[in-house]
Design a protein around this ligand. Structure first.
Ligand code: SF4
Ligand code: SF4
Length: 70
């Protein structure tokens, strides 16, 4: 299975920059983007192992589990 299929889909639209996902990710696949008031997470899919911890911790629902994930 291709990695892009196990990694959750991500939308930064509702991201508040709480960084819970950054702390939860065991792969350091989520990075902080910060520029003045513009704060949001960024997902680097190449590092992702599809554990879906980010899906569980995000209070804004920015991550969506893939059907092929665990
Ligand atoms: S699914 Fe797991 S490894 Fe992938 S970005 Fe989320 S917390 Fe990190
Ligand atoms: S947990 Fe959700 S709201 Fe918080 S920084 Fe990550 S994507 Fe943004």
């Amino acid at each position: 299975m291709r990695k892009s299929n196990i990694c959750p889909s991500f939308s930064s639209k509702n991201c508040t920059g709480c960084w819970k996902c950054v702390s939860a990710c065991p792969q350091k696949a989520i990075h902080r983007i910060g520029f003045l008031w513009h704060r949001h997470a960024a997902l680097y899919r190449a590092r992702c192992i599809g554990c879906n911890r980010c899906v569980a911790v995000c209070p804004e629902g920015c991550f969506t589990k893939r059907s092929g994930g665990q």
